[in-house]
Design a protein around this ligand. Structure first.
Ligand SMILES: Nc1ncnc2c1ncn2[C@@H]1O[C@H](COP(=O)(O)OP(=O)(O)OP(=O)(O)O)[C@@H](O)[C@H]1O
Ligand SMILES: [Mg+2]
Length: 571
């Protein structure tokens, strides 16, 4: 990760990451924020002439602009004029504040809408990365990429960008007016502030960026041991290893703590440094005037103007520096978003896959990325529609891997896999997956009713009762249904805790049938089967076989596969 980019290239990258509709909006918003800041400055300054007019007799007559206004508007009593001025200021402050609320609302909408847009895009693109991406990445990290990073970008990063541009433009205004008023003061101020700022920025920007990157990585790392204790509670207790998890948790928390403190300190240094330097400069010049010059009062006036200018500019400069540092701190979001928003989508092949005749695997080999040896070597299989194939082989021989290839989750390293002569690959695997059903022994069940679990992911109002009934029948769940207190609306518990292993599997079958699967894949967990469950499953396979559903079944006992048309053995 390169963190030594200039702030300009960073801004360019941020702009490119913004979806097109947000680019124009971001410019308009920047303008609105600028107008808002100008209002703030003018609002403060506007009080001064009124105060002077009240306190100083004859001020209105002496002050050329006020006097012109006074005459133009045909006032005949300065007091009335002052009252009018007060009302104007009140009106102005009112408008300014209304405008301020409006800008803030716009800004909040902008960044939260942007979060919504980017986050959902990242979610979709992450999903498209497919099976290997999800099976090989830590879930906390994936969550951080999908939700955390878009939020940090849309909130922290962009707000700081707005702040930066805003302060920058205001500084230009101040510098511009100083330039007209007294360039000497500008030189003096610039001569002190600029070197301090440049030095500080150059020495800390890399560090700030790397701290930000590390802090972001630490987010998922901190929750990891907590999740592991939650999900592996029993194992953690019986192995007596809680102290290890606690230790890991504590070490991550400690690391995050010291990084956060360091970042906070670094962010606060420039403010104090610049202030110190400015005061130092003022004192030196004053003392120089005191000892070396005759016209002390000239120096004195110059210095008080300088002090005032510094007083006005330093907070602005400080906010600018803080914004720059925060942008560096969240720099890591750019690398991830550029990666995850990059939609180099593969061309989609929309030729329908009808699956009328056969599924064919030819000379297929497969290796996992970074693995030395291929899991599958030169495999050829053919399954005719309506037939069932059993797959056997020792643990680790690649049965699940082969099934994942047939399901289109993994791309073969060489050889090919086709349906009715149509090659299945990344361009059309989704079409093929629509026809597939996948049943594992530990079927993924949600905490919901039997119906919710069968019509998985379908909103209750859209569930087709006839189809549901047919799926229940075919999957032989009718007996279970009769025993459930509220029928298909009975909750079957989180992870199906309230039903048996065989029933759970049949819920998986019913789900596949409900969703119109034309081919069913079964993946048996090796050991967990007792003989009753095994018989139940063999019976399910028999009845599905009779209704001419195509099936691919991984089993560990040949007896489970007695109704299969053929058996393939993996070495
Ligand atoms: N996502 C993965 N990344 C890398 N290697 C993997 C991955 N999944 C499996 N493997 C490796 O591939 C080999 C085959 O695994 P697979 O799950 O296909 O075996 P299996 O035949 O289904 O075993 P079992 O009967 O125990 O379920 C194993 O050596 C395994 O370590
Ligand atoms: Mg397996």
């Amino acid at each position: 990760m390169n963190s030594s980019h200039s702030i300009f290239s960073t801004l360019g990258r941020i702009y490119k990451i913004l979806p097109k509709t947000y680019r124009r909006k971001s410019i308009l918003l920047t303008l609105a924020i600028l107008v808002n800041s100008l209002f703030e400055i003018v609002g403060l300054a506007a009080i001064l002439p009124v105060l002077a007019a009240i306190l100083k007799k004859g001020f209105v007559e002496q002050q050329p602009i006020l006097h012109a206004l006074y005459q133009q508007l045909a006032f005949n009593d300065p007091k009335h004029f002052i009252v009018a001025m007060c009302l104007m200021i009140l009106l102005f402050i009112l408008i300014k504040n209304l405008f301020g609320v409006w800008v803030q609302t716009k800004q909040a909408h902008f960044s939260w809408n942007l979060h919504e847009s980017i986050s959902s895009q990242v979610f979709e693109n992450a999903f498209k990365r497919g099976y290997l991406f999800f099976s090989q990445n830590n879930s906390n990290r994936i969550l951080n990429r999908i939700n955390g990073i878009p939020q940090q970008f849309a909130q922290q990063m962009l707000i700081n960008v707005f702040q930066l541009i805003n302060e920058f433009l205001i500084l230009i205004l101040i510098i511009g007016s100083l330039l007209v008023y007294d360039y000497l003061i500008l030189l003096l101020l610039g001569g002190i502030v600029l070197p301090v700022f440049v030095f500080f920025y150059q020495t800390t920007k890399k560090r700030i960026a790397s701290y930000g990157t590390r802090l972001n990585e630490l987010g998922p790392e901190i929750v990891k041991p907590v999740y592991e204790v939650v999900f592996g509670y029993v194992d953690v207790v019986v192995n007596g290893i809680f102290p290890n998890f606690k230790k890991e948790y504590l070490s991550k928390i400690k690391e995050a703590k010291s990084l956060r403190i360091t970042v906070l300190i670094i962010q606060n240094i420039p403010n104090r440094l610049i202030e110190t330097c400015v005061i130092l400069a003022v004192l030196i010049i004053l003392l120089y005037g005191l000892f070396q010059l005759q016209e002390t009062d000239k120096i004195l006036t110059l210095m008080s103007i300088f002090g005032l200018a510094a007083y006005r500019t330093i907070p602005s400069i400080n906010r600018l520096i803080l914004a720059v540092m925060n942008i560096k701190n969240f720099h890591y979001t750019l690398d991830y978003l550029e990666d995850y928003l990059n939609t180099s989508s593969t061309e989609k092949n929309t030729t329908p896959i009808l699956f009328k005749e056969k599924l064919c695997v030819k000379n297929l080999s497969f290796s996992y990325p970074d693995a030395n040896n291929p899991v599958l070597k030169n495999i050829s299989i053919e399954i005719k529609k309506g037939e069932s194939l059993g797959i056997m082989g020792s643990s680790g021989s690649g049965k699940t891997t082969l099934m994942n290839i047939l399901l289109g989750f993994l791309q073969p390293t060489s050889g090919h896999f086709s349906i009715d002569e149509i090659l299945v690959d990344n361009t059309n695997r989704e079409i093929w997956q629509q026809k597939c059903g996948y049943v594992r022994q530990d079927v993924f069940l949600i905490d919901g009713s039997l119906e919710d679990n069968i019509a998985f992911g379908v909103p209750k109002s859209d569930v087709d009762p006839i189809r549901l009934e047919a799926a229940i029948q075919k999957a032989q769940l009718s007996t279970l249904l009769d025993t459930l207190p509220s029928g298909k609306d009975t909750n079957i518990g989180e992870r199906g805790a309230k039903i048996s292993g065989g029933q759970r599997q049949r819920v998986g079958i019913a789900r596949a049938l409900y969703h119109g699967a034309e081919i069913l894949f079964f993946d048996e967990a090796t050991s967990a089967l007792d003989s009753t469950t095994e018989e139940e499953i063999t019976e399910s396979i028999r009845s599905l076989h009779e209704s001419h559903l195509t099936m691919v079944i991984i089993a560990h006992r040949e007896s489970t596969l007695k109704y299969c048309d053929s058996i393939f053995r993996l070495a």
